[in-house]
Design a protein around this ligand. Structure first.
Ligand code: FAD
Length: 226
């Protein structure tokens, strides 16, 4: 793991309290799709504070991207809220094993909220760089239509890659183009499929248990808990 300094080049409010942040990419920074880095959060504490953020960009992108939900009163959240284009971010990394190494199976991704961050990176890496032609599906859960983001990205991938499909799930709202209810109520067990889950602990554990009950081998279930 190495330390890096990057400059914020773009900061976009993409949904309620969710920001997409793009930065410069140092030449010697390499990573695998789905990994995360640890941002250094400056403060008055004696010991340095670090917070983990998944890379939502793909390794072949010329920039680094993050997707972050601001939590009220959170240390990193406060820093991100105040951060502006031109500011420097310091992080160490990359880290993590939420990556896809196999090439034989279909891929099924299940995420809630900003848990979609590492997943979009993996999907773009599979489709755009590795030219994966297996079926790739995303189930993306949010509370209401105001919490939806990146739908256009998903739509463009659907148009460009016939093996890619996605569904958005609304747990507290209704929309004709979305599934209703929590992601856990829409889990399908498919053969020859590797599952990737990302989001809060409760969701990830519930989906994992549901998949195990549906006889999906644990070796085919990969997860990252935020
Ligand atoms: C591997 C990994 C990858 C991750 N990737 C992402 C990602 O891509 N995107 C993302 O959004 N998150 C991600 N996270 C979560 C992220 O690391 C942070 O935990 C999250 O952003 C909150 O950090 P924070 O410093 O803002 O909040 P913290 O300071 O850690 O606060 C935690 C909680 O306490 C509350 N709190 C803090 N101070 C107060 C106070 N004074 N009064 C009341 N309540 C308070 C906050 O509201 C918050 O709910 C990831 C986590 C892991 C482990």
């Amino acid at each position: 793991m190495k330390d890096f300094s990057v400059t914020i080049t773009k900061k976009t409010n993409i949904a309620d309290r969710v920001f997409e942040i793009q930065t410069t990419k140092p030449q010697d920074f390499t990573f695998q799709a789905g990994q995360f880095v640890q941002w250094y959060i400056p403060g008055e504490e004696e010991r340095p504070i670090f917070r983990s953020y998944s890379l939502s960009s793909a390794p072949h992108d010329t920039y680094i991207e993050f997707c972050i939900k601001l939590l009220p009163g959170g240390k990193a959240s406060t820093m991100i809220e105040q951060a502006a284009v031109g500011d420097t971010l310091n992080f160490r990394g990359p880290n993590g094993r939420f990556t896809n190494t196999q090439t034989e199976h279909n891929l099924s991704f299940i995420a809630t909220g900003t848990g979609i961050a590492p997943i979009i990176g993996i999907i773009r890496d599979e489709l755009e760089y590795k030219k994966n032609t297996h079926n790739i599906h995303v189930l993306f859960g949010v509370r209401t239509t105001a919490d939806i983001f990146w739908q256009q990205k998903f739509q463009e991938l659907t148009t460009q890659y016939p093996n890619f499909t996605y569904h958005i799930c609304l747990s507290q709202d209704e929309h004709e183009q979305c599934k209703k209810g929590r992601v856990t109520t829409h889990i399908e067990s498919k053969p020859h499929t590797n599952y990737f889950l990302c989001g809060n602990r409760d969701m990830v554990m519930e989906v994992r248990n549901t998949l195990i009950e549906k006889n999906i081998p644990t070796t085919n279930i990969h997860f990252e808990i935020f």
